[in-house]
Design a protein around this ligand. Structure first.
Ligand SMILES: [Zn+2]
Ligand SMILES: [Zn+2]
Length: 166
């Protein structure tokens, strides 16, 4: 998605809206392809006192895997990004400035980069996910731990005797 900002380039106060969808289903994130739905991008380029400000928002739903219980779940993802568009490269290196090429900016490239930078390295199905028991392997969100049932009945009897001594 290339946007030509020629119309507003030299008109302070003018703005240009944009809206597009992009497919990031090929985005390999640690062997996973979490972006299963199109990413919807909305934004605006605004000429503020001669400086072009670009703001965008990228929304989608990710298919994630919980780092604790390994369950797949869907999570909504919203990424905000803003930058300044300039006609010429600035003297100072500045990551927030994107240089126009023939009055055009590659919005898909900007949105894609912003999206990748905002991907979480760890996803949890819920903040208080109990995870898997390292002993019996059950998903502790769904069923109780089975480890205790494997205690030898003779040891259990001994434990009871010891308790009575106290
Ligand atoms: Zn979980
Ligand atoms: Zn267990």
């Amino acid at each position: 998605m290339h946007l030509n900002v020629n119309r507003i380039l030299h008109t302070p106060g003018a703005s240009q809206d944009f809206h597009f969808e992009m497919d990031l289903s090929d985005l390999d994130f640690g062997g996973m392809y979490p972006v299963v739905r199109p990413v919807v991008v909305d934004g605006q380029v605004r000429n503020q006192a001669g400086v072009l400000h670009c703001e965008l928002q990228a929304d989608t739903t990710l298919r994630s895997v919980c780092a604790r219980c390994a369950k797949e779940f869907d999570e909504s993802k919203c990424v905000l990004f803003s930058c300044v568009l300039a006609e010429e490269k600035q003297e100072e290196e500045n990551e927030d400035i994107v240089v126009l090429e023939k009055d055009e900016v590659d919005l898909a490239e900007l949105a894609r980069t912003a999206f990748i930078l905002e991907m979480d390295t760890i996803s949890l199905c819920s903040e208080d996910c109990e995870g898997l028991c390292p002993g019996c392997g059950v998903n502790l969100n769904e069923e109780p731990c089975r480890c205790k049932k494997q205690v030898d009945p003779r040891l259990a009897a001994l434990a009871k005797l010891l308790q009575q001594d106290e």
